[in-house]
Write a protein that binds this ligand. Structure first.
Ligand SMILES: Nc1ncnc2c1ncn2[C@@H]1O[C@H](COP(=O)(O)OP(=O)(O)O)[C@@H](O)[C@H]1O
Ligand SMILES: CC(C)(COP(=O)(O)O)[C@@H](O)C(=O)NCCC(=O)O
Ligand SMILES: [K+]
Length: 249
């Protein structure tokens, strides 16, 4: 079995592939290394032969997680690393090592699935957009705060914006102008994300006309999927790229 991990700034997304790697035998989202171990320890019949991961956390945090996993499961861990070019995609950053590895893998996955020009939009702690031309050239991208950052900035920098998670969830059932604080904030931030998406689409059209594929990924992709009905929502896009960047023997 193969353990795959996508360590983002807020959550660790994990999944276990079976002997047939096309089959996901277990998966989850956790908020700490400890919670990851607990989830994995609850799996009966878990026999890990390999582990591969991508992390946008610090080197120290990533090393700590790797030691934890090797101690707990006696498995060696392969880490995705920056590259100038992989599977026909050319990293567009001036300093290729600075491009977020989750972005890089999502781009590899997107270009592979699209077999052509694509716009990859990832809605996590941060929101990112990346443009990959039909010849595999990464034209660059954009980074802005995601939903959790926008709402927390409002909560921590104002004195009267306070509300709970349940109310937040309910507020997003509609996007008409809010009549409570929670509705006004949640809908306002959601509309900002949608506006961002529409701007990215305009730019992609200016490059490629209608000949490109849009990918939506990340935990908050559902918040914007309505404004791009033609988009492919691929929650595991980073894992698609991870398998390409870290093939197993
Ligand atoms: N099962 C889930 N567990 C945690 N967060 C989730 C889940 N489903 C959706 N989300 C949303 O995903 C967002 C985090 O997205 P994610 O892609 O995991 O971020 P990151 O990669 O930066 O850690 C949160 O704002 C949360 O609202
Ligand atoms: C942009 C990001 C913060 C996104 O992280 P996430 O929201 O997925 O946790 C991450 O890809 C990152 O730290 N990138 C390095 C900076 C860059 O890509 O330019
Ligand atoms: K991510």
């Amino acid at each position: 079995m193969i353990l795959e991990l996508d360590c983002g700034n807020s959550f660790i997304k994990w999944r276990v592939l079976g002997a047939d790697v096309r089959l996901v035998v277990a998966e989850g989202v956790v908020d700490s290394d400890l919670a990851l171990l607990e989830s994995l320890n609850r799996l009966s019949d878990l026999v890990l032969n390999h582990c591969r991961l991508v992390s946008v956390r610090t080197g120290e945090e990533t090393s700590a997680l790797i030691s934890l996993l090797s101690q707990a499961f006696g498995v060696s861990v392969i880490c995705a690393a920056p590259a100038r070019e992989t599977s026909g995609v050319r990293n567009g950053y001036e300093d290729y090592e600075k491009l977020g590895l989750d972005r890089w893998l999502a781009m590899l996955g997107g270009f592979h699935l699209a077999s052509g020009a694509c716009l990859v939009l990832d809605f996590g702690t941060a929101v990112t957009a990346d443009f990959i031309a039909g010849d595999g050239e990464h034209l660059g991208g954009f980074i802005c705060p995601g939903m959790p950052l926008m709402r927390n900035q409002l909560r921590t920098h104002t004195r009267r914006i306070r509300y709970g998670d349940l109310a937040a969830e309910r507020a997003l059932e509609s996007l008409v102008p809010g009549r409570t604080t929670v509705e006004a904030v949640e809908r306002g931030c959601s509309l900002m994300l949608r506006g961002f998406v529409l701007t990215q689409l305009q730019l992609a059209r200016s490059y490629w006309g209608e000949h490109f594929t849009v990918f939506l990924t990340g935990g908050d992709a559902d918040l914007v999927s309505e404004v791009v009905p033609e988009a492919r929502v691929v929650p595991d896009l980073v894992f698609v790229g991870l398998a390409m960047a870290c093939p197993l023997p």
